[in-house]
Each structure stands twice: as structure tokens, then as C-alpha cells.
Ligand binder design. Structure first.
Ligand SMILES: [Zn+2]
Length: 173
């Protein structure tokens, strides 16, 4: 399992709902948490490991004391308010960091790995991470949310990442 990069068409697909948490899903969650930690990410969405399903993991230990990595299944943003600007990066777009404007507070509904449904209002870093990862489930990347001028400035870098990804995909095939 590897983190796929910008240019891979899987990152542009709309992820399918997780209907049932089986052994395979649990194993995927464990592997995603491991990769997230290895790569020092704060969040990782299943499409980033080439699984187009509505699942993401967040490393809460980087957000709050006593936090642990946890999985969010079929997450949905119910409401959003306010506005904040924060510099984002993405394991699928290495070495690119840009300011992204997003709502400051969101209400989110999701299922945990045991099938319990949660509805929460979150703000700060967690709201930021969840919005970034939920975007992945809808085929949206943070570079889609920056100004056209800034996007133009990183165009060369994006093309280079996409070219390397094409090579990586060819090697697997
Ligand atoms: Zn990302």
C-alpha cells in the first residue's frame, strides 16, 4: 500500500459509502493509521491509498492531549460557519503548502468503526483536517481551493508530481 499522488485519477473519484464494517475495513483502517504516522500526516483519506470509499483517519494525538488515531466512516458536513485561513499540505501533493480559506466551525456527522453514529460541532485544527479529508472523499484537493494566481505559480510542481505518479502507476501495472 502506498499514498497515491496528484494526477492519479482515483483522487478525483467520488468515494462510495461504507455499508458494513468487516474485517477488510478494519484492516484498512489499521494500515491507514500506520501510513499516516509513518508519513507524519495528521489525516489520511482512503482514496489516498487507492481505496475509493468514504473513510478517513485522523491522528487526534496531534490535536489534543490523550488523543488517539481514529476512523471516520461516511462523514458528512451538516453545517458550516465563520471563516479562517490556514496553510495546508497534503501527503498526495508533496512539498506544496498553500493558504486555504475554509469555514472555521463545522457540524459533522459520521460513523465510528463500531457503527455508532456521532454528530458533533468542531472547530480549530480538527475542523480544518476534517474538511480537507472530506474533500478527498468528494474528489476535491486543497489546490482546487487556492486562488488561480497561486495555482498558476505551482503548476510546474503539480505537473512534475503528476509525471512521477504516472511512472509509479506504470510500474504497478
Ligand atoms: Zn490531502
Amino acid at each position: 500500500m502506498r499514498v497515491i499522488k496528484y494526477g492519479n485519477p482515483i483522487l478525483r473519484m467520488k468515494a462510495k459509502r461504507v455499508e458494513k464494517v468487516d474485517h477488510r475495513i478494519r484492516q484498512l483502517v489499521n494500515e491507514m493509521i500506520e501510513i499516516m504516522r509513518d508519513e507524519e500526516g495528521i489525516g489520511l483519506a482512503a482514496p489516498q491509498v487507492a481505496e475509493s470509499i468514504s473513510l478517513l483517519v485522523v491522528d487526534h494525538s496531534l490535536i489534543e492531549e490523550d488523543g488517539e488515531p481514529s476512523a471516520y466512516l461516511n462523514p458528512e458536513i451538516l453545517a458550516a460557519e465563520g471563516e479562517s485561513v490556514f496553510e495546508e499540505g497534503c501527503l498526495s501533493i508533496p512539498d506544496v503548502r498553500e493558504d486555504v480559506k475554509r469555514p472555521e466551525v463545522i457540524s459533522v456527522r459520521y460513523e465510528d468503526i463500531d457503527g455508532n453514529i456521532h454528530e458533533k460541532k468542531v472547530d480549530g485544527l480538527l475542523a480544518r483536517v476534517l474538511q480537507h479529508e472530506i474533500d478527498h472523499l468528494n474528489g476535491i484537493l486543497f489546490v482546487d481551493r487556492i486562488s488561480p494566481v497561486k495555482k498558476k505559480m505551482i503548476q510546474k510542481k503539480l505537473k512534475q508530481i503528476a509525471a512521477e505518479e504516472r511512472e509509479a502507476m506504470a510500474q504497478v501495472a
